[in-house]
Design a protein around this ligand. Structure first.
Ligand SMILES: Cc1ncc(COP(=O)(O)O)c(C=O)c1O
Length: 480
């Protein structure tokens, strides 16, 4: 991609095509001043621009082949619409309207969007709940096996690993279960783009034998925002079908900048990935040792892993429990941004997390440690937030009584939140981050879940997809 861009500039190609800024000629100087000329200069049309009308140079094809080769997949497909689109493409290549798909109930909202758009019936697989720490870890292989036994007509399974908290599923065992039924497994590995490039990191889905996996290269890799790749191997998912599903959903104007970011990162990882990630893993270990010294801060480690917990943990996600400090993750994250201009990754009712990548170094981690030490000292001033009602794991689980698509597109009304209990929800209610819907279209709302969300919002939780993000009212399905 980068070589092709150099060549494009060398040939001094003159576009009478989109993008209309014509490589920055028409861009307002104030915009160029902020974004830089390079952005516009290389923002060129992919077809009839970078490559010719017939894509006869095979530039994208070659870049995708190199990516597949780098990560031990048979095929790789670049997407410029994030894993949000890639995961839908993957789901639709396995199940169609009215068909069943096993889905871990800890799936990201983009998976739920895929269910809504497609009319696929989810067969939920229960995550492994840690009732003490109020956290869901990925479902076990046994849970997938049980659901397959109950629904042998399910077309396949979807598992999220790593989760945004860095906890990982036993992908080898889950893949084995699915393949026993002759069904494919899709791994939403949005947080795992770095995994193929260092052996001490958790298992990479392609190495575990998964059929399709989806990665966000902009998350744990170094692609530009929205840069995503999905990978395929084996004969349970037809690559032509996968490509057709992506074509159905994707843009006809892919960003060459995003493609070039993906391809350049692939080269960097192939050439230097091991060394760069070794440095990141070592740095993360050092930071962990420093954080445990900070009064009141606990950094998650072995207690996340083991029987009834996660199978593995990505060491680059530093998840810190604030229970001892007596403050919520929301308050801590806001304070760190305001006071130290440090932005945290996940913030929930009791935790914050810091994502490290190979781009971090002593300078960035020292700034993080300084801020965390200061947070520990200032904790008393941050206490006293409205309490959040956290239901027991069993009470968090809602019954799906209407297909997500039917509840979302069917007749609906906005009702005061105190009248929503017992009604079927018609929207997603997703604390973001981490982005896992607490309630989704078709589920019957219960008082504990409504209370959890409403007390959460009062304490700083953000539920951006609700029609009323304050949750004074909730959109519910009108049952006939
Ligand atoms: C587990 C998971 N899957 C998919 C996505 C969507 O990825 P993207 O932001 O690249 O669209 C996210 C985003 O946070 C995620 O956490």
């Amino acid at each position: 991609m980068l070589d092709a861009l150099v060549e494009y500039h060398r040939r001094r190609e003159l576009p009478f095509t989109p993008p209309g800024h014509k490589q920055g000629r028409g861009t307002d100087p104030r915009v160029r001043q902020v974004l830089g000329d390079a952005v516009f200069r290389s923002d060129v049309l992919a077809v009839s621009g970078l490559d010719d009308r017939r894509s006869s140079q095979g530039i994208l094809q070659k870049a995708q082949e190199l990516m597949a080769d780098a990560v031990h997949a048979e095929n790789a497909f670049f997407s410029t619409c994030g894993s949000s689109l890639s995961v839908k493409s993957a789901m639709l290549s396995v199940a169609g309207p009215g068909e069943k798909l096993l889905v871990g109930r800890d799936a990201h909202k983009s998976v739920v969007s895929g269910l809504i758009l497609s009319g696929v019936e989810p067969i939920w697989v229960e995550p492994q709940w840690d009732p003490e720490r109020h956290l869901a870890h990925p479902p076990s292989a046994e849970a997938y096996a049980r659901r397959f036994a109950e629904h042998p007509d399910a077309r396949g399974a979807l598992v999220t690993s790593p989760t945004p908290y860095g906890t990982c599923a036993d992908l080898r065992a889950i893949t084995e279960v699915c393949h026993r039924y002759g069904r494919p497994v899709i791994v939403d590995e949005a947080w795992g783009a770095h995994l193929p490039f260092h052996p001490s990191l958790p298992t990479w889905a392609m190495d575990a034998g998964a059929d399709v996996c989806v990665t966000s290269v902009h998350k744990m890799g170094a692609g530009l925002e929205q840069g995503s790749v999905f990978h395929q191997q084996g004969d349970l998912v037809d690559p032509a079908v996968l490509k057709a599903r992506e074509d159905l959903l994707g843009t006809t104007s892919p960003s060459v900048l995003v493609y070039a970011g993906l391809d350049g990162w692939r080269r960097q990882m192939v050439e230097h990935g091991h060394e760069l990630l070794q440095h990141a893993v070592d740095l993360a270990a050092e930071i962990r040792d420093e954080i445990v010294q900070i009064p009141g801060l606990h950094v998650a480690g072995p207690e996340f892993v083991g029987p009834d917990r996660a199978h593995d943990l990505d060491p680059l996600q530093l998840v810190m429990d604030l229970t001892e400090l007596g403050i919520s993750g929301y308050r801590a994250a806001d304070w760190l941004r305001e006071t130290h201009r440090i932005n945290m990754h996940v913030a929930d009712h009791r935790r914050i997390s810091a994502q490290l990548t190979f781009a971090d170094d002593k300078e960035t981690t020292d700034a993080l440690l300084t801020a965390l030490r200061d947070l520990s000292r200032h904790a008393p001033a941050l206490r006293g937030a409205p309490p959040i009602y956290i239901p027991d794991p069993g009470d968090l689980r809602l019954e799906l009584v209407v297909l997500p698509r039917d509840a979302f597109f069917g007749p609906a009304e906005q009702v005061p939140a105190d009248q929503a209990t017992g009604r079927v929800v018609a929207e997603m209610l997703t604390p973001y981050p981490p982005g896992i819907p607490a309630a989704l279209p078709g589920e019957r709302l219960t008082a504990p879940v409504v209370d959890y969300l409403r007390t959460g919002v009062a304490a700083g939780m953000v539920v951006p997809d609700a029609a009323d993000p304050e949750l004074n009212s909730i959109r519910v399905h009108i049952e006939r």
